[in-house]
Design a protein around this ligand. Structure first.
Ligand code: BG6
Length: 428
């Protein structure tokens, strides 16, 4: 038996990504009929209205894959519980519904924290106080997991106070993308690649995540975070670890994560001495009929300072024998020419190898490309932590990122302006 409890069950992430992913899992026969999906939020809505909302959003997000029969099967799994998540009194409703003491041993419960980190603490605490952390319980948390090492530690301590590391699944949805999951296979499957994956043969490596969207309705968050914290600390650094890691001892989750951590710990610092030559920060300006960042943030309800960067380029060195003198160029930004993510390995002695992350090449028409959340949720159900970020990886990456931010402040790093719709300033 499986209960999936989504806190923030009618929020944007749940309706846009989680429930569609669960719909597909059901469609593919990967969710047993006695599973339940309990959507929890503070809103007092009738069950019929809740169902109508989910149905309408599913139709919107999955289009042609929606059909009435599958919806009927899926909707039978859905329940709605209103709980004031910051308070204490409504939790009995969840206890009654989960009925842990009377359930057979082995019942799996997955708590998905699809809520801002500010309410992780009360939720974790109430789950513990109400005895809702049973043996077979897992908890899934979403980024942003902090905005600095210090705040990440606070969030981590809160979760670790109620759950053990083996129960915690920290999502980085880039690890749910199929081409990313394939990188270790590509490298370690016994082909010739691993022999040339070193500084004798590799000139440099480029990791690029380019987006066309601007800040849209997220000005407040993005301006505060900046793209360094929104994208580099997690997605780009995760890609970097997969490309640069040594062969793990085994393909067990912890051996892979040990190998990734080794890379993060070996990143040469970008600090006051080299931040000018090893980093670029920039914001998009108006061009090609597109508005500028400074114009866009004026549309925000609340005042936004306008100091966040929308583009970052870094030149990264790794203190590992294999990568001695091989620079890694990391680039990501909003309002660029095209939406794509790719890794290019430039060799000294042969043609470059490009690993496309997205968009994926169009394959046979019938084949549906499975979305990151579908794969990741299936891993959580199966108790496989391989594609989730361990606490120590998060802390080490924040430490490295914090140093860059603080160096930017110290040297008063210029904020460059790039034309909307351009490729952004190059560091290579
Ligand atoms: C999110 C960031 O984590 O990733 C967004 O917060 C970004 O700013 C998004 O747009 C990009 O994800 P994808 O899968 O569309 O490349």
């Amino acid at each position: 038996m499986l209960d999936i409890v989504i806190f923030g069950g009618v929020g944007d992430l749940s309706l846009r990504k989680l429930l569609p992913a669960l719909y597909y899992l059901k469609l593919d026969g990967k969710l047993a009929t006695n599973s339940r999906i309990l959507c929890v939020s503070r809103a007092k809505i009738d069950y019929e209205d809740f169902l109508a909302l989910v149905e309408e959003r599913l139709k919107h997000f999955i289009n042609d894959d929606f059909n009435d029969d599958s919806w009927r099967d899926f909707s039978e799994l859905l329940q709605y519980i209103d709980i004031d998540l910051g308070g204490k009194k409504d939790w009995k409703k969840l206890s009654r519904c989960l009925d842990i003491t009377n359930s057979k041993v082995g019942k799996k419960i997955i708590y998905y924290f699809s809520v801002p980190p500010t309410i992780f603490a009360p939720i974790s605490k109430e789950l513990k106080t109400n005895g809702l952390n049973a043996e077979n319980t897992r908890v899934v948390v979403e980024k942003p997991l902090g905005e600095s090492l210090k705040s990440a530690e606070i969030i981590n301590d809160i979760i670790r106070d109620s759950f053990e590391e083996r129960q915690i699944y920290r999502i980085d949805h880039y690890l749910g993308k199929v081409p990313v999951q394939n990188i270790p296979k590509l490298r370690f499957d016994g082909g010739e690649l691993e022999e040339i994956w070193n500084n004798d043969h590799v000139e440099d490596i480029e990791i690029t995540v380019s987006e066309t969207v601007g800040v849209e309705s997220r000005a407040e968050f993005l301006d505060r975070a900046g793209i360094l914290r929104d994208m580099v600390q997690n997605h780009l650094m995760q890609l970097l670890t997969y490309i640069a890691m040594e062969k793990p001892k085994s393909f067990d989750a912890d051996d892979i994560r040990d190998a990734k951590l080794e890379v993060i710990n070996a990143l040469c610092p970008i600090g006051v001495d080299n931040v000018n030559t090893h980093s670029i920060r920039a914001q998009y300006g108006s061009s090609n009929g597109l508005s500028s960042y400074q114009d866009d943030i004026k549309l925000s309800k609340n005042k936004v300072s306008g100091t966040g960067e929308t583009y970052v380029a870094l030149k990264v060195n790794i203190d590992m024998l294999r990568w001695h003198n091989v620079p890694f160029y990391l680039r990501t930004g909003k309002r660029l020419t095209a939406r794509f993510a790719e890794i290019i390995v430039n060799f000294k002695d042969r043609e470059p190898l490009t690993i496309p992350i997205q968009p994926l090449p169009v394959m046979e028409k019938e084949m549906r490309i499975r979305e990151a959340y579908e794969l990741l949720l299936f891993d959580v159900i199966n108790g496989d932590q391989t594609h989730f970020v361990r606490g120590d990886e998060i802390m080490s990456s924040w430490k490295w990122i914090d140093r860059i931010r603080s160096a930017w402040d110290t040297v008063n790093m210029p904020m460059r302006i790039y034309p909307s719709g351009s490729e952004g300033p190059m560091i290579k």
